[in-house]
Design a protein around this ligand. Sequence first.
Ligand code: NI
Length: 252
Amino acid sequence: MIDSHAHLNDPHFDANLTEVAERANQAGVEGIINVGYDLESSHKAVALAEEYDWMWAVVGVHPHEARLVTPDTMAELERLARHPKVVAIGETGLDYYYDHSPREVQQQVFHQHLELAAKLNLPVVIHSRDAAQDTINIVKEHPDNRCVIHCYSGSLETAKIYLDLGHFISFTGSVTFKNAAKLREVAAAVPLERLMIETDCPYLSPEPMRGKPNEPAWIEYVAAKLAELHSISVDDLKAITAANARLFFNLK
Ligand code: NI
């Protein structure tokens, strides 16, 4: 399995990183993509990728922090993104649920991330919450970018628009939640060749671990649920989603 979106760069893991990595390995996780959400966490994701040969980094500034982005921030991200183990730009996008940054600023910074990714020929990790229409509009303005919509929480109709544009969709432990019947319908309809799995740890622990801090080893539960939804074996689901992640992020 490949955990296509984790935050082992989060301070939560400072105390137990070695054990968490070991448990992931024992659970059959062969790769972890650690995703930055500001400059500091992006640097940390790169440092982890240097330390562990089975980890890679994604660098970017989360829409929550978009108000803090300056031209210097983008220049620093570009410098970081030229590191050989940086495999995408993100997470970037729009979050109108929390609105921690003004929406126009989120949009502007999202455009800047998409432009940087195109310049460096890297894919993009997109966070979109309560902002489907604006996310689609902006993504459509950048037809050369290859994107994954991470922690997918939208409608089937929206998913189909992303799929028609050639993008990938990734699911977290939220597909296992008891009240997530709608999301499971969406997950069942995403073609296997466009599907990725992730933990988004330390957030979004799957059932039956809900309420505890999440970690990559528990991606097993996401894989099992998606296998059930697609009526294939868990081993096949793991192999297909890992191959998709290798392809999408061009993992060496
Ligand atoms: Ni995340």
